[in-house]
Design a protein. Structure first.
Length: 308
């Protein structure tokens, strides 16, 4: 089957089965084209709460589908590939965070959305990369433990000097692997290019960049900028999508290593198969118990309240 034929079948199934497809911007273009809502983690979590369809299919990684389920517990939520997880989401045990909280009860725990529901259940406020600084600034509390990403945490720490932000060792293995030398090499090849990076990169990389922001922030920056060349320091699909949208500008990847294998697991065929399986008993469906949802959704609702 041609790509366009598979896409047509997906569109028919969406109508027949009342499915809303949400896709993270790291997904392939042919998947974004059949999605109803595309964007970064913040947009997907806010929009997931508003969806009116009976079924939601998340094309991304597991914590994103779990977040959608928590925000729409009465809907059936499916993940496009059962093995698509985010290694960062699994990095910290809830019991370990509870121990820290017991020792410092006046320190509020802020968790990145890239966490399991079990970990969110012991945290006070959730953030995404596009809302982290705004939310930490908006919190009444001054003492904060930011988990699990120490690079995004360091970015927040720098932007919020008025707060006491404690960090633990954790982060995205894809973004954190990128070195300042790789940025310098890319810049040496393209001296006129602006460097745009994700705050999941190490501080020494973020500090050398012209701009650091979430996936959507990077895309908006490139769209509005008068510059003609950009080095993109986040998952390489973003450079590809930007090049397609703005053929008159040039986008270069900072490193060929900036590929998230988990986000790349989903293919258009997986989306098609997922749509076929919607409404049946399938491993792709997210099942969560009500008690866990009730505990974990508190910090997501707090994010939506503080994030506007
Ligand atoms: P954002 O979508 O918040 O930019 O995060 C990028 C990412 O790594 C998703 O897991
Ligand atoms: Fe997780 Fe990093 Fe992949 Fe995002 S890019 S899903 S944080 S491993």
């Amino acid at each position: 089957m041609q790509i366009s034929e598979v896409q047509e079948k997906i569109r028919e199934l969406k109508k027949q089965k009342d499915i809303c497809i949400l896709a993270h911007s790291y997904q392939a273009r042919e998947i974004l084209e059949v999605a109803d809502i595309t964007g970064d983690s913040y947009k997907l979590s806010v929009e997931a709460a508003k969806v009116s369809n009976k079924n939601v299919l998340m094309c991304g990684v597991h914590f994103m589908a779990e977040t959608a389920k928590m925000l729409s517990p009465d809907k059936r939520v499916y993940l496009s590939h059962v093995d698509a997880g985010c290694p960062m989401a699994e990095q910290m045990e809830p019991e370990f965070i509870e121990q820290i909280k017991a020792g410092e009860p006046d320190r509020k725990v802020v968790c990145y959305v890239n966490t399991t529901a079990a970990l969110k259940a012991v945290c006070d406020v959730c953030v995404t990369s596009s809302s982290a600084v705004k939310i930490v600034k908006a919190m009444e509390d001054d003492k904060i433990l930011f988990i699990p990403d120490c690079n995004l945490g360091a970015f927040v720490q720098k932007a919020c000097p008025e707060k006491d932000v404690m960090l633990l060792q954790g982060g995205c293995p894809v973004h954190a692997a990128i070195t300042a030398d790789e940025l310098k090499e890319a810049k040496a090849k393209h001296p006129e290019a602006l460097v745009l990076v994700h705050p999941e990169c190490r501080p020494e990389v973020t500090e050398l960049a012209d701009f650091a922001g979430s996936t959507s922030d990077i895309m908006n920056y490139a769209a509005k900028s008068d510059a003609k060349e950009f080095i993109i320091g986040t998952e390489n699909s973003i450079a590809e999508h930007l090049q397609y949208r703005f053929p008159e500008k040039s986008f270069y990847v900072m490193s060929k290593r900036l590929i998230c294998p988990n986000m790349k697991l989903t293919t258009l065929m997986d989306v098609y198969k997922s749509c076929i399986e919607v409404g049946t008993e399938t491993d792709r469906e997210i099942k969560m118990d009500d008690e866990l949802i009730a505990k974990a959704v508190v910090c997501i609702n707090e994010m939506i309240r503080l994030g506007g």
